[in-house]
Design a protein around this ligand. Structure first.
Ligand SMILES: [Zn+2]
Length: 324
């Protein structure tokens, strides 16, 4: 019998990443295309539908074999109505994407915040499978989190729960993209680390980072990882500070929530997890209450950037009762 699938689409600020998958075979086809600048709301649905068609073509399946289309949106969404409240990176505000996409296809459309979707993926197909109370944290350009309570994703009163990156840890600290000062992600994300590193680079004449920065004008996670490997003292100092703050925030949240497991993912952890995880654990131990610390394990996500793609399977089961 022909297998059934879902399509999971990650709507990033720079690219639309689509995947065809089911829980039996995993991901069987992917497609990637850049997000067109000034694409405008009305063209989004069409671009997404093209992604679905392309996956059908690549995998040589029938469209009827797709049972749901799950969209991961970098912003506030309402999975029940299909409305994107605000997605600054996509330049979208108050838009019912589900309604528009449904004009092209009868396949049910679901939407979810991309970080929540990542947490669902980690929880159902990654490290914390079968655990009840879990915190999933992604450290990358920003810092995002998903909270699992009693085996279910906690979305909060108006679906905005999990904004761990905007917990204020230093009110006198640097300004965050959200407008506040001293948010967790304004201190410990890759963006924050690079911001602190650049003035130091400008004072230096040579070295690996100086060369890379001059050439490309940017510093990615893997550049930071390479500088760490080479023992660059500024990088070591800045990454260590980030680890300390991450441990501190995780300890505070765990004191409040008493989790079984905390899973760390995202570009920064993927690139430097080997160095950072022990440091984060050390800081966690320094700041935590004794009892909750005994019952929580802090681990690195093993799903990588496919977490949100897999989260689509859990979303389809939660909202449509579909298991593929
Ligand atoms: Zn903030």
């Amino acid at each position: 019998m022909a297998q059934n699938y879902i399509v999971s689409i990650d709507m990033g600020g720079t690219k639309i990443l689509g995947a065809l998958l089911n829980s039996k075979s995993g991901i069987i086809a992917t497609t990637k295309k850049p997000t067109e600048k000034k694409i405008g709301k009305s063209h989004y649905a069409e671009a997404l539908y093209n992604t679905v068609q392309k996956l059908v073509e690549i995998a040589e399946i029938k469209q009827e074999q797709i049972k749901a289309i799950c969209l991961g949106v970098p912003g506030s969404v309402n999975p029940r109505t299909g409305i994107i409240g605000l997605a600054p990176n996509l330049n979208i505000k108050n838009y019912n994407i589900k309604k528009d996409l449904q004009k092209f296809t009868k396949i049910p459309v679901l939407i979810e915040n991309d970080v929540n979707l990542g947490a669902l993926g980690v929880h159902n197909f990654g490290n914390s499978k079968g655990k009840k109370n879990v915190l999933v944290v992604f450290v990358g350009t920003g810092i995002g989190g998903g909270i699992i309570i009693d085996g279910k994703l906690y979305r909060g009163t108006s679906m905005t729960a999990g904004e761990i990156g905007h917990m204020i840890v230093q009110p006198e600290g640097p300004q965050c993209g959200c407008g506040q000062f001293g948010c967790f992600e304004a201190i410990a994300s890759r963006t924050a680390m690079v911001r602190d590193l650049i003035p130091k680079l400008k004072k230096k004449k040579r070295g690996y980072l100086v060369k890379t920065f001059r050439k490309s004008g940017q510093i990615k996670s893997r550049t930071l990882a390479a500088a760490l490997d080479k023992g660059d003292s500024d990088t070591v100092k800045i990454v260590d500070k980030s680890c300390d703050v991450i441990g501190q925030v995780l300890a505070s949240i765990n004191n409040l929530m008493n989790f079984e497991m905390i899973v760390l993912g995202g570009g920064v952890m993927e690139a430097m997890g080997g160095y950072m995880l022990p440091k984060v654990k050390e800081a966690f131990g320094k700041y935590t209450l004794k009892d909750p610390a005994k019952h929580v394990r802090i681990v690195e996500s093993r799903l990588g950037d496919e977490a949100a793609i897999y989260g689509g399977l859990a979303l389809a089961e939660e909202f449509l009762g579909i298991k593929v």
